[in-house]
Design a protein around this ligand. Structure first.
Ligand SMILES: [Zn+2]
Length: 182
């Protein structure tokens, strides 16, 4: 199953690659270069984000980008090389919401094998209820649990993270939740 566009050219020498099982005991098809024998491994990507909260309310961003334009999401995006998961989550929160916040603990770890991704959300305590969202966000605003537009949430990982957040808050204790989206 391919989650991304197939690799066409060798990253090392530029020759056309072929997809086949390498001869080294591997069991999966890889993009193999017949010219220089480079094997191109493709692995899941990390999506990192936060659950920013201000008192009883949680910050959601209305997406100004595809996919799911106009739907609400927690601030999150692809981790960049050279940053930690928490640094990436903080950067996305800054970029998408322009929020002032303090990072707290890891909250959810979600495997999404269907799209080859792992999503990690941290709790983040907002220091202000004034936001300055970037171009990826139409609007950033706070919602109480009863105000959350559950039918308008962009992604299942976000919906399940929000459900866990309000359940833990009601219990008075935040755990770390790891589960699979299948
Ligand atoms: Zn090559």
């Amino acid at each position: 199953m391919n989650f991304r566009s197939p690799i066409k050219h060798c990253r090392n020498c530029g020759a056309s690659v072929v997809y086949r099982v390498p001869d080294d005991g591997d069991t999966k098809e890889r993009a193999v270069c017949p010219a220089c024998d480079t094997i191109h491994y493709e692995n899941p990507l990390n999506v990192v984000g936060t659950v920013p909260y201000f008192g009883e309310r949680v910050l959601l961003c209305k997406r100004n980008i595809e996919p799911r334009w106009g739907k609400w999401t927690l601030p999150a995006g692809f981790m960049e090389l050279g940053e930690s998961t928490a640094e990436g989550a903080a950067r996305e929160t800054q970029e998408e919401a322009g929020a002032q916040f303090e990072m707290e603990g890891l909250f959810t770890v979600l495997s999404v094998p269907r799209v080859g991704q792992v999503h990690l959300f941290y709790r983040a305590r907002l220091l202000s209820d004034v936001f300055d969202p970037g171009f990826e966000t139409i609007e950033a605003r706070l919602f109480t649990e009863s105000e959350i537009p559950w039918e308008e949430i962009a992604f299942r990982t976000v919906r399940e993270t929000l459900e866990h957040f309000f359940a833990d808050r009601a219990r008075g204790h935040f755990g770390v939740h790891s589960f699979d989206i299948t």
